[in-house]
Design a protein around this ligand. Sequence first.
Ligand SMILES: [Zn+2]
Ligand SMILES: [Zn+2]
Length: 344
Amino acid sequence: MEDELLSSWLVRTALAHGCAPLALSGIVWPKWRAFGNDLDRGMRTERAASLGRLAGCTVAQVESCSLHSLVETLTDKPTAPVGTWPWILARGSRNLRCAAGLQLCPSCFAEAVPYYSIRSRLAWHTVCARHQTWLIDHCPNCWAALQPHCLLPPHQDCCACHRCGYLLSTTLVEKAPDSFLAFQQAADECLAGRQVTQCQSMATHDWFCWARSIVSFVRFASLHPSRSLIAVLDELGIGTIGVNCSGLAFEALPVRDRAVLLRQAWKIMSLDPMILVKVFRAHELPRSAIQLPRGSSVPSSLSIIVQALRDGPKKHRSRRVSGGARPNAAKAWARLLRKFSRDG
Ligand SMILES: [Zn+2]
Ligand SMILES: [Zn+2]
């Protein structure tokens, strides 16, 4: 498939020939536990060449299925071989098990050959744009994270849950409101190199850097709901944040949590930058509230917003209102859920 992840193609090829995906990967790379790594992030040239020789394709074709070139568009920083990549869902691999990192649309799986697309790894994708239904990132029957590489024959494709055999294409789908698609559509437009409203003449990696900063602001407001921050949000017309902030990295959050964060972030990103400047200045919002990704600089078109933030101590934290999130307990619970999704 044109936009298929390499891991998905390997799984489908193995199962179609009555072979376990792990066995096939052992034949292609006898000295490398391919599925013990996030092989969709790319591999050494000699490993791509090994696969290319057996599959009858070039190294460039193998590498085009990886997420590496895509993530270089999203950030101007070099990608680390380990750790979470910005905007790419984290797999949370341990041995051959994964805690998360893949998602699918049950209707798309039911209508055509089921496969995992490159889009299924993008953290801003939470809704199927075609069916406008929520994506799923775990089996609704046993709650296992989607791990198609653990499927075994007689399964012939990647439509089933590896743990309980539930047919993922039969999952009852739920419509997602339009407002949850807005950020996703804008990010897709930006990735395709088209200009996005309110962010004219901004480079793609600058737009994603700005989006990441606003997402961090929404999380900050949810974790530290001081009176002044609530006043800022009220004045911006955002109202209650309503985000369940576990403290996990954005790329490790479940579908619905990411969707809520992105919907709120989009409300802020859609505002005229001068309104943000005025409100941030009026309420002396601290610089710590909007954090740029490490090593990033402010896109020149938005530097005026960052300059409106107040330097100095984080005094907003000490005036927390009641009813705010309890990040430590929520984070521990979220980690437990991820462990259960991976290990059962
Ligand atoms: Zn769909
Ligand atoms: Zn299951």
